[in-house]
Design a binder for this molecule. Structure first.
Ligand code: C2E
Ligand code: CA
Ligand code: CA
Ligand code: CA
Length: 279
């Protein structure tokens, strides 16, 4: 390998170079994105499986890049996590979701619970609880109006610290959900110790729920487990009637997915409500 040292550059294919360049550009542009007001939250409905009524919305971040257009979170959140930018972005998301909730309330819109995603790094931060309290106070967010979604792996990182922090959040009246449930490695014994309200059944299990016996079994078992632990379940990625029917039949209370609505900007929700309002 030593003899080839001078030709090392040949190991980088043009595709790899393009990816590395893109990654560097994104990292560079991320630095100014928050100050430039380039982030926005889109809101996706969570509906009651029985009635179809909208029960809440999940806030999902997008980056409106001046040249690239709307950049999805899976493209930039991992970079933001590596560079530490996620700390400030996460604080903005929390504040913006609460601000929007207050704005909807002031305009007489339906009072929907807002679910906000927390990164592992936010859960690690000693200022998280104070941040959440400040946002709730600033915008008059009451108990049960805000739900925070934490991935299984984030909660598993340092269980004792996570439990303490989650209990403090709960003390503020925040509801807690485990996101992407089933994709991590949490033991059931540990799950029982977490002060949570909701499990979010990962889309990976919902996708082939009617055709894949394993996915069907895992989904049904998760729903039974949740029932026994007194937890709500939100099924993610519900795209068709067959999935809706299966989940409903197995006692899933809340459903989220393109079948009911895509994530949409706050203004779209506001217009829809105004159009539906009498007079
Ligand atoms: P997640 O929290 O699991 O969010 C659900 C993702 O599934 C969203 O993708 C949503 O648009 C997508 N989805 C919803 N219904 C369907 C469906 O029926 N079919 C399909 N194929 N997809 C569906 P999105 O918005 O691209 O977000 C991806 C991930 O980025 C999120 O996964 C979450 O982990 C992360 N993320 C999004 N917003 C934030 C944020 O504000 N903070 C942090 N830390 N992470 C965020
Ligand atoms: Ca989520
Ligand atoms: Ca999820
Ligand atoms: Ca997911």
């Amino acid at each position: 390998a030593k003899a080839k040292g001078r030709n090392n550059f040949q190991f980088f294919s043009p595709a790899m170079t393009a990816a590395a360049t893109e990654r560097m550009e994104l990292e560079r542009d991320l630095r100014g994105a928050l100050a430039a007001g380039q982030y926005e939250l889109h809101y996706q409905p969570q509906v009651c499986a029985k009635s179809g009524a909208v029960r809440g919305v999940e806030a999902l971040i997008r980056w409106r890049h001046p040249e690239r257009g709307l950049v999805p979170p899976l493209t930039f959140i991992p970079i933001a996590e590596e560079t530490g930018a996620i700390e400030a972005i996460g604080a903005w998301v929390l504040e913006e979701a609460c601000r929007q909730k207050a704005a909807w309330r002031a305009a007489g819109m339906p009072a929907l619970r807002i679910a906000v995603n927390l990164s592992a790094q936010q859960l690690r931060s000693s200022t998280l609880v104070a941040q959440v309290r400040a946002a709730m106070e600033a915008y008059g967010i009451g108990p049960g109006e805000l739900e925070l979604e934490i991935t299984e792996s984030a909660a598993m990182e340092d269980p004792e610290r996570a439990i303490g922090r989650l209990e403090a959040l709960r003390g503020l009246g925040v509801e807690l959900a485990i996101d992407d449930f089933g994709t991590g490695y949490s033991s059931l014994a540990y799950l029982k110790m977490l002060p949570i309200d909701t499990l979010k059944l990962d889309r990976a299990f919902v996708r082939d729920i009617e055709t894949d016996e394993n996915d069907a079994a895992i989904s049904a078992a998760t729903l039974a487990l949740a029932r026994n632990l007194g937890l709500k379940v939100v099924a993610e990625g519900v795209e068709n009637e067959a999935q809706r029917e299966f989940l409903s039949r197995h006692g899933c209370e809340l459903l989220q997915g393109y079948l009911f609505g895509r994530p949409e900007p706050a203004a779209v929700w506001t217009e829809r409500w105004q159009a539906a309002a009498p007079g």
